[in-house]
Design a protein around this ligand. Structure first.
Ligand SMILES: [Zn+2]
Length: 186
């Protein structure tokens, strides 16, 4: 998501570029995909690492965002029950799963997982895009799709309460809001 950098530039302060590293492309296995790391300071979040890279062979774009000082594996629970809650910032590292049980939505990390920083509303839009994509497939259940998209749109409009849960085995994700509850991931 290009949006991550915009949010970091706008709300945070750029500190420095770290050493570049080289990783293997998860798509074409090319060994020399260069990853650049940029360090930002964000209010209420602390230091945040933005990693970006592009495979010169297949064009795969890698993006990750993580809280610089890792904590223990954790479960982050945010009960969204006011329209203002949709503006809370979410740092989702590529290592983390994300779910909204009330809306039947779940995102699990795979080898191509991307990390990003966005708002709760941004998370809903991402789930909406994924749902629209899945629903465009020939074997999709059209009625179930319509119902799900209606629920997501209501959530985006602040007309539904729901719980956003982030499960991060590396402890490098974060949701910024006073109502957020963090539990150890066991
Ligand atoms: Zn590649």
């Amino acid at each position: 998501m290009e949006q991550s950098k915009d949010i970091l530039e706008k709300e945070g302060k750029f500190l420095k570029k770290l050493l570049e590293s080289t990783v293997k492309c998860p798509i074409c296995n090319y060994n020399e995909m260069r990853i650049a790391d940029y360090l930002y300071e964000m209010p209420y979040v602390g230091k945040v690492l933005l990693s970006t890279g592009k495979c010169p062979r297949c064009g795969f774009k890698f993006n990750d965002v993580r809280v610089f000082e890792a904590s223990n594996p954790k479960k982050i629970i945010f009960k969204v029950d006011k329209p203002e809650d949709l503006n809370a910032l979410v740092v989702r590292a590529s290592s983390a799963s994300m779910k909204i049980p009330e809306l039947g939505l779940e995102l699990t990390p795979g080898p191509m997982a991307q990390g990003f920083i966005t708002t709760v509303e941004g998370v809903l839009h991402m789930f909406k895009e994924i749902t629209e994509f899945l629903c465009s497939q020939p074997n999709a259940d059209k009625r179930a799709c319509e119902e799900r998209l209606k629920e997501i749109n209501e959530a985006i409009d602040g007309k539904r309460t729901f719980t956003l849960i982030v499960l991060d085995p590396e402890g490098v994700s974060k949701i910024v809001h006073e109502k957020v509850v963090e539990e150890p991931l066991g």
